[in-house]
Design a protein around this ligand. Structure first.
Ligand code: MN
Length: 240
């Protein structure tokens, strides 16, 4: 049924006129105030803050449109799989077998895309430390020899990912630091990791405007954006 509220919502001129007469309050009825379950988190820095390593246009399109599309699709799945509104995303993504088969792949893709990107935005910062510190540095040195070697191995994982996906530094289920790659929007959570320390998006949408086909150049530049304090916190926190 086409209600007056629909009309007010879809017709700005009428809505504006109605607001002047007090009718505008109708458009703020409770049924329209329902918050979506998932939202794209704010970046915490400007779209241009990671220049020149990641360009402004890429950040805007990547954050608002690509991540926005995963969020919109995940919200669209809530009706079919109401647990999405109840269980934490990390819990669902760690145990996809609990998701009904009819919605499992869309949940994997879109809730996964939401989780991966939320992690990624927080892992970057302008003007962060250039090296890991403290316990994370010690663990990296023990596992890989040096931060330079870690960087090389993560880059190799990202370059070796055919098509779209991610490269990750994780604490695996045995407690060891490991470098893995996931395809598409699969999260490392599916692999029963204890912690996700660091991750880099190697989908073309993450770099194509500035770097075109040169994924290696993007990866080399990307390390300048890493928020090592955040990585250290990811390493230190309770298991995901
Ligand atoms: Mn992406």
């Amino acid at each position: 049924m086409f209600t007056r509220r629909d009309l007010l919502k879809s017709t700005p001129a009428i809505a504006a006129a109605a607001a002047g007469t007090g009718l505008g309050s109708l458009s703020a009825a409770p049924s329209e105030a329902a918050e979506p379950v998932f939202k794209v988190p704010p970046l915490g820095y400007g779209f241009d803050a990671l220049e020149p390593y990641i360009d402004t246009a890429t950040m805007m399109i990547h954050h608002d449109r690509h991540h926005g599309a995963y969020v919109a699709a995940a919200n669209g799945l809530v009706e079919k799989y109401p647990d999405l509104a109840v269980k934490p995303p990390a819990q669902i993504l760690s145990d996809l077998a609990i998701v009904p088969e009819a919605v499992r792949q869309p949940v994997r893709n879109n809730l996964g895309g939401h989780w991966n990107h939320s992690f990624f935005w927080a892992l970057m910062t302008p003007g962060g430390a250039k090296e890991p510190g403290g316990e994370l540095k010690a663990a990296i040195d023990t596992a890989f020899g040096s931060t330079a070697k870690l960087t090389e191995m993560v880059n190799a994982a990202g370059l070796g990912r055919f098509g779209s996906g991610w490269a990750w530094l994780v604490v695996d289920k045995t407690g060891k630091l490991d470098i893995i790659s996931t395809p598409n929007q699969d999260t490392p959570l599916e692999q029963s990791v204890r912690r996700v320390v660091l991750g880099v998006d190697v989908w073309e949408h993450a770099y194509y405007l500035k770097y075109q086909n040169k994924r290696a150049d993007y990866l080399a530049a990307w390390w300048n954006t890493v928020n090592w304090d955040r990585a250290a916190a990811n390493f230190a926190k309770a298991p995901v």
